[in-house]
Design a binder for this molecule. Sequence first.
Ligand code: HEC
Length: 220
Amino acid sequence: MDNRTNTIAGWVLGSLMVALGLSIAGDMLFHSEKPEKAGYPIEGAATEGGGGAAAEVPIAALLGKADPAKGAEVFKKCAACHTITQGGANGIGPNLYATVGEAIATGKGGFAFSDALKAKGGKWDFDNLNAWLTSPRTFASGTKMTFAGLTNEQDRANVIVYLNSMGSNLPLPAAPAAAAPASAPAGKATPGAEALSNAATPAPGAPSVDPKAAVEAEKK
Ligand code: HEC
């Protein structure tokens, strides 16, 4: 009797150990995927060929209708490298709280800026930010910011007003109506920047389905 009890106990113990072993092995199998997910590629990080288009549209023309809430969405592309809350830590890039209006490549708790950016001088005014975010490499050749740039000008305007809303709150430059001479080239530059969707741009004066173009046409 005793012997049989021992045998049964032995089998029970044995199978428990096998079950434990399987569950550990299972854990290892399934958990091994985690590190791969955490190392997601940084969206918009520069690839060899990538470079933003030249900033042709005066940013003043776009800031007026820019939306900081949409800018916060755009900022998700920046958040891989930047914090923006007051006192936020530096990461791959410096904390960006109250950067609008500040001197370029200074402060930020001793963040180690590249010589390229330090050599720029000047301030992060709206024009400099627009040029920088169009193509960081064009603005400061040799910069450490390996971000290709935001080719969509409205995205840039949105993210700039969002940056401005985080600790700076500088008055926006004059709206397009006040900047009358600048608004004409701005209107012409738009179809060029979106050449793909405007492959068949109608002749001037022809009926247009593009509401933006219609507004521009009325102004002339
Ligand atoms: C791949 C990481 C990365 C991404 C993505 C990135 N940045 Fe940067 N950013 C940096 C680094 C690194 C620097 C420092 C550049 C240098 O010293 O040359 C920097 C610098 C800056 C500066 C200058 C700060 C100062 O005090 O002079 C601004 C402004 C800025 N980034 C804004 C943005 C915005 C806005 C976005 C998103 C549209 C963005 N960055 C996306 C890494 C990144």
